[in-house]
Structure formats: structure tokens, C-alpha cells
Design a protein around this ligand. Structure first.
Ligand code: MG
Length: 449
């Protein structure tokens, strides 16, 4: 059986994650280090988010890597995209200790390849096979790796973003909520250097997350919304626990839905080009198609997961296509002129440039987008893959897209049903012109199941 037909067992879409002391242990992380070291020779950069378990796990990771013979550069606390940027510029691979948006009791590992993208499925399966079969090697005293610390390298990332923009001509006020995560060290700095007056909430690194949880939810961002309104800010920006995603609060204190965020950025980046490509998963709003019609760009769809988007962007770029933008409708935006991965700090800087150049308030800009309503649902099922295959055979008269699970496209609405990779349920996305139409379409799909 080829590796393509095998399934990842340990790693999910974005690395391996678990509760500390239960499925996530220093022993497991050390074995991940040993296995990665067996696959990638040379120098590996390691970093972590602000979780309390970070120091324990990064020590285990380094122990594994050094024992395997790799050299290690420890770049300390930083956003995942900062590590990706540093790896792309200097190193043979990277590993990030993070559980992204998960609650404080979780932690995990994301593996970064030499081009700065997350390790693909095929390579991850190889890594798992080495780990499960323990076919790694522990080197002797003459061949163990050496370690250096380079906490200042985070500046290369912030400078890299700042250099891609012109500072704003008139001072703007921006509110920032890094959620006590690693963006405490980056986003406010980037925006200040670009000429903004920055107010911060949850701005001190703290793995107990005293202000809000690492997922930037509507509920958790109430403080940021109040800060935006009370300081008369142009917008508020918040990150998830490793700052690869950015979500926004408009100037009136309202949450900007992430598909609207994607569409506004798409329109801004594509409006002045003759032709180009935008890449996004099949779960993103149809607004992207409407923006594509307005701006001469073409949309290419992928499976759900930022890694599939990034790889598709690289593939199209290699074929000579003009790849302008990519990402997901969850606040994970990819700017190919910067790097091929989601980047929250870059998203914040790009939103500043957008507002500054469009000369309009964010609350006004979002009103220019077509109205759409998307709902997301979870359906519990013992065997989701089987159910989805059964539904597929029933829906022969429909316009179906099988890129990921099953997407039913109709005139003015669509629904996507896909199995969860790790748990016994299916995810359902439904989008229509308004809430009532979306709910009735959802009920129709549930009856089919
Ligand atoms: Mg994340």
C-alpha cells in the first residue's frame, strides 16, 4: 500500500495535539524530535507559544532532536508564522510547540518544512511510521547535535512584514488583542512601526490565559470591542493562540465575519491586477466567486486545511500562474509575496493598508459585500465516511463537488458535508442568501441523512 492510501494516526490537519499529562507527554514529544531528526538532517529551529507546558515540551523536543544528531536553534516564544518565516530563510526544518486555538490544558507540535510550509501528509505519515516502529537512532557522544539560542530572530519576522508596507500618512488608532499569546511580542510592534497609535488588551504573555481563551470567539472579544469603541479605533485585531489567524472588530465594535474578512482582502489585493488566482478551500463563502467576477481573478478550490491551500498556491506559482492571495474563511490568510502560510501579523498589517488606501471605515466597506449567511453544524455519526458515500449515491441529480466530502451546489446556496478526521462526527456548512434559507436547506440535508 502506498503512503497515500494510509491515514495519519497521530497528527491531525495542523499537527499533533492533546491534553498535557494525558495524550500529550514529554515522552511523545521527545520521540517526535527523534523521528524528525531521522528524516531531516542539519539545523532545526524550534519555538513555542505561551502555554505553561511549553518549556517542558520544548525541552523534550530538543532532547530528541539533539540525540538524533541534528543541531538546534531555539528561537523562544514566537508566533507560528514567525517560526515559518525564520525556517524558510535559514534552516532545514522547524518544530513549534503549540496547540493553536485549543484551551490552556492542551499543547502539541507542528512540524515545519524547509520551505516554511507545514509538513505534508505523505511526509507526516513517514514520520509517524518512524515513531511507531521506533526506527530512529540515538547518536553517541561524538555525533550528538549542538544547541544555540537565538531569541532575537523574532525581529527578522516583524521587520520582514514592516518592510512590505509604507507607513500610514495620517496616524490611525488600532486596538490589538493578542490573547496573552506570542503575538504580544509582534502585532502591536508591527502596527506602531507602521505609524499607528496602538492600544492593547491581553497584551502580556501568559499561559494561564487570564483574559480570554486562545480561540478568538465573539464572547472572548467583548473587551476588544469595547476598547475599539472607547478609543475611537479604526479596527480591532485579535489572534488565536499561535497567531497564524487574525480576526477583526470593525470601527463600530462589531465582529467582522471571517468570510467577509477574506472577501475584503481578496477585493483589495485583486482589484488592480489584470488576471490572477486566489486559492481557498471548498468551505469558504460564495462571496469569493462574486468578488472574482468583479476583479478578474479566478478562484481555485482545495480540500479543507490551510496546508492544502498553501501547497496548491506553490504548485500554481511553479506553473507560472499569478497567485495573488489564499487562505480560509476562518481568519487564516496567506499572502504569497510574504510567505506561503497563514500569518496573523501580516493580516493585521494588510488590513491597515486596506483601510488606509480605501479611505473608508471598515463598517462601511463590509456593507459593500453581497449578503450571505453561513451556518456550521456538527452531526454525530459512528461511520461518517460511509454515510457520506451513501448520500452521494442518492444525490445523482444534484451538482456535486467531491473535492472534500460532498458539496451540493445549487443556484443560490450550497452545503458541504465532510467527515471529521479524528472524531465520530461530520461537519456541515450551509450558505444561502439569508438565515431562513440556510436553515431550511440544512433541515433538508439532515432529513437525507
Ligand atoms: Mg493557529
Amino acid at each position: 500500500m502506498s503512503v497515500n492510501n494510509l491515514k495519519k494516526q497521530l497528527f491531525g490537519t495542523n499537527g499533533v495535539r492533546g491534553v498535557i499529562g494525558e495524550s500529550m507527554t514529554p515522552e511523545l514529544v521527545m520521540k517526535i524530535g527523534l523521528s524528525l531528526g531521522a528524516m531531516r538532517k542539519g539545523t532545526i529551529a524550534v519555538g513555542m507559544d505561551t502555554r505553561t507546558s511549553g518549556p517542558a515540551l520544548i525541552s523534550a523536543l530538543k532532547s530528541g532532536l539533539l540525540s538524533s544528531g541534528c543541531n538546534v536553534v531555539d528561537v523562544g516564544i514566537l508566533p507560528t508564522p514567525a517560526l515559518q518565516y525564520i525556517v524558510k530563510n535559514h534552516y532545514d526544518a522547524g518544530a513549534m510547540i503549540t496547540a493553536s486555538h485549543n484551551p490552556p490544558e492542551y499543547n502539541g507540535v507542528k512540524i515545519i518544512d524547509a520551505d516554511g510550509t507545514e509538513m505534508d501528509d505523505e511526509e507526516t505519515i513517514k514520520l509517524e511510521n518512524i515513531l511507531f516502529s521506533k526506527s530512529f537512532e540515538i547518536k553517541d557522544w561524538e555525533n550528538v547535535g549542538s544547541e544555540i539560542f537565538a531569541y532575537e530572530m523574532i525581529n527578522e519576522y516583524t521587520d520582514g512584514i514592516i518592510s512590505k508596507f509604507t507607513p500610514v500618512s495620517k496616524e490611525m488608532t488600532i486596538a490589538v488583542d493578542p490573547g496573552s499569546g506570542p503575538a504580544c511580542l509582534t502585532t502591536a510592534k508591527i502596527l506602531s512601526k507602521l505609524g499607528c497609535r496602538v492600544h492593547t488588551i491581553n497584551g502580556i504573555c501568559d499561559g494561564t490565559f487570564p483574559g480570554r481563551l486562545p480561540e478568538p470567539s465573539l464572547e472572548g472579544l467583548k473587551g476588544l470591542a469595547e476598547l475599539v469603541v472607547s478609543t475611537n479605533a479604526e479596527f480591532g485585531v485579535a489572534h488565536d493562540g499561535d497567531a497564524d489567524r487574525a480576526v477583526f472588530i470593525d470601527d463600530t465594535g462589531n465582529y467582522l465575519e471571517e468570510n467577509e474578512e477574506f472577501a475584503l482582502m481578496q477585493r483589495y489585493l485583486c482589484k488592480n491586477t489584470k488576471e490572477g488566482v486566489v486559492v481557498t478551500p471548498v468551505s469558504t463563502s460564495n462571496i469569493v466567486e462574486e468578488i472574482a467576477c468583479q476583479t478578474n481573478c479566478r478562484v481555485v478550490y482545495t480540500k479543507v486545511g490551510s496546508i492544502y491551500v498553501a501547497r496548491k498556491m506553490l504548485e500554481l506559482e511553479a506553473k507560472g500562474e499569478n497567485v495573488l492571495f489564499g487562505g480560509e474563511g476562518n481568519g487564516g490568510l496567506i499572502f504569497p509575496k510574504h510567505q506561503y502560510c497563514r500569518d496573523g501579523g501580516m493580516s493585521a498589517a494588510a488590513m491597515l493598508a486596506l483601510i488606509s488606501e480605501e479611505g473608508k471605515k471598515l463598517s462601511e466597506l463590509r456593507k459593500e459585500l453581497p449578503e450571505r449567511y453561513m451556518l456550521r453544524d456538527k452531526i454525530y455519526a459512528e461511520n461518517p465516511a460511509q454515510i457520506i458515500s451513501n448520500i452521494r449515491t442518492k444525490l445523482t441529480d444534484e451538482n456535486l463537488d467531491l473535492t472534500d466530502g460532498i458539496r451540493i451546489n445549487r443556484e443560490d446556496k450550497w452545503a458541504l458535508l465532510r467527515p471529521s478526521g479524528t472524531e465520530p462526527f461530520m461537519r456541515l456548512f450551509v450558505e444561502a442568501k439569508n438565515k431562513e434559507l440556510a436553515e431550511s436547506f440544512r433541515d433538508e440535508i439532515k432529513r437525507q441523512i
